[in-house]
Design a protein around this ligand. Sequence first.
Ligand code: 7PJ
Length: 367
Amino acid sequence: MKRSIYLQPTAIFWDRSGRRAVDEADLPEWKGLPLAGGRLSFAALDVLTRGSPETKRRTVVLGDAFSGDWGREALAAADILEQLSEPRARLAGLSLDRPRIMGIINVTPDSFSDGGEFQTTRDAVEHGLRLIEEGADILDIGGESTRPQADDVGLNEELRRVIPVVEGLRAKTDAVISVDTRKAEVMRQAARAGADILNDVSAFTHEPDSLEIAADSGLPVIVMHAQGDPKTMNDNPQYDDVVLDVYDYLESRVQACISAGIPKSKIIADPGIGFGKHLHHNVAVMAGLALYHGLGVPILLGASRKKMIGQLCNVDDAKERVPGSLACAIAGVAAGVQIVRVHDVKETKQAIEVWRACSAGTEKGLD
Ligand code: 7PJ
């Protein structure tokens, strides 16, 4: 479905209602609306209207949102407004009223030095335990590189890489474990091995039975936007308006999950930075992140060390992209994104804690 009207929360601020000055006691308290039930609130909306050739955007402060000349149109988006502020359900036991860090574990041969099956599994498990110590709330285990131009990995090879790591971590930690895969059989076996979340960059479109297997598992799912297959996706991506097209796609995949029997409270949406997007698409999506709260589900952002950062700052070596990755994570959490998927957990944790204290204006009450 293509919507004609979209609402992006803006003028986002930390809710300081508990810290009002004593001499303000008689002033009527105006708090804005909570953003997805978290500690951030928003005071205005950007109203986006699809038009050709350009999307129109105007800003209305909340008090005026349902009066004035766009009242009738606004009613068409009243469902979105409600979704924007409703609290999100806990995810695999984690409350989402504060940002959560998902640490990346790549179990691909090029990511872990010395070959050898045992060595790779052991390294991956150790890496995961280290990420938890550094502050990861969730671990995301992937055995198939979905980087641009990556070749497909066979099912048996992916199972061989991923499942022992899920088992190894499950035996050693209660941390939330996510598995990054597009394959139904990997999902099935990962769920049996103790995974808590299924993360599919194809939003359960790559294999015909993946959505059913995911629904059968009873686990929460992450649906990510991508255009095209990893091998060719960045050759020539096409959008009318990338931010809105991604919204429509995610809305349709959330709906597909619900139709397959996955409750909305177990769905997470991700705009898919770098997946079938050129630099101008990626930065547009970053600037539009808060729009995706209108889907009524938690938002995940994965920008860590990605090419976008390299292109913006002329940095070829992905390991040198940590500062830019932190900037992306902070841009995300400042837009109310609930989960950031990152390689550099310790650094991200520090950046978020400092951002939270500086936004709240207090070192207390951050949890
Ligand atoms: C993402 C992912 C992402 C989600 C990868 C990389 C490429 N899953 N898997 N979101 N990226 N949900 O980490 O550079 O952005 S693999």
